[in-house]
Design a protein around this ligand. Structure first.
Ligand code: PXG
Length: 288
């Protein structure tokens, strides 16, 4: 496997980052998780824009233009002979000393990993997931805006650990007000009385690229869609529920906190959304 690391393509065994890199020492950096489908990097421009915004928010200067990052990302896929892959694009603060001070880190590091993806098993798309709400709250946007896709994922990891303890693969995280924010690595949607509803990003969610795609799909399918404050009650009483993410794509949820959602099977609108999503991934984005 060839990894792009700071201007070179190196073997995975040689793709090493310093123990003084603040990405490691403090989670000081930003990243994107991107998918390649049939030689098409899905919504690459949108991912690069989000990466730039994340970097701007933490005052990290990415040492590349958007076009250069796009070329690097595509070239990493080509170097590995991949047509379908999961791409991890990371910008760290770089090497500094043992203090927090980011201004003592002169050179950010950029690396790109493109590898085979491990998807959720097909049965979850066919039968739907059972998820739970975990006690760990999504971090308050005034402490660390969840819209920044930073290398500091401990909040989500705590949620993921709790999900596993409750025997679930994914979990709902509430914000500090008790409203649904998102899942540990996915955005959440419900369908109620024919309309799709999702929490606003301001409720403590990442502005997912897949989430954005759902708004376009809803318009295409003529299904009303809106953002709203969402409680667990709203999700328990929903007709359908699904999660979205670059890794998960669109995955139906059929059980939440022990309650059956809707019919207990992936819903009609969820299935139409998933079908549309699978058509779009081959078209929207950047060809290698
Ligand atoms: N919320 C969070 C907290 C995320 O990390 C999403 C929502 C969905 O966003 P996109 O842009 O992907 O539609 C994410 C991103 C993994 C993995 O290995 C998944 C994500 C990030 C990193 C790794 O499953 N999801």
């Amino acid at each position: 496997m060839k990894i792009y690391l700071d201007g070179k393509f190196v073997d995975a065994a040689d793709a090493k980052i310093s123990v003084f890199d603040h990405g490691l020492l403090y989670g000081d950096g930003v990243f994107e998780g991107i998918r390649l489908y049939g030689g098409n990097v899905f919504r690459l421009e949108e991912h690069l824009e989000r990466l730039e915004y994340s970097a701007r928010a933490i005052m990290l200067d990415i040492p590349h233009t958007r076009q250069e990052l796009s070329d690097i990302t595509c070239e990493t896929c080509r170097q590995n002979g991949l047509t379908d892959a999961y791409i991890r694009l990371v910008v760290t603060r770089g090497v500094g000393d043992l203090g927090l001070a980011p201004w003592l880190c002169p050179k950010p590091s950029v690396f790109v990993i493109a590898s085979k993806i491990s998807l959720y098993p097909q049965e979850h798309y066919d039968n739907g997931l059972a998820i739970v709400t975990v006690p760990t709250r999504r971090i308050n946007p005034a402490a660390l805006p969840p819209t920044i896709k930073s290398l500091n994922y401990l909040n989500n990891i705590l949620g993921k650990i709790e999900a596993k303890q409750f025997g679930a693969l994914e979990a709902i995280m509430l914000n500090d007000q008790g409203y649904i924010a998102e899942c540990t690595a996915d955005n959440i949607f419900i369908v109620h009385k024919g309309a799709i509803v999702t929490p606003a990003a301001s409720q403590g969610a990442l502005k997912g690229i897949t989430r954005d795609t759902i708004f376009d799909i809803a318009a295409e399918l003529n299904v009303p869609i809106h953002e709203a404050n969402m409680t667990r009650y709203d999700a328990w009483c929903a007709d359908e529920c699904f999660l979205t993410g670059s890794g998960a794509e669109v995955v139906p949820v059929v059980k939440l906190d022990g309650r059956v959602i809707g019919s207990g099977k992936p819903g009609e609108i969820t299935r139409r959304v998933l079908a549309s999503f699978r058509r779009r991934v081959l078209i929207e984005g950047t060809k290698l």
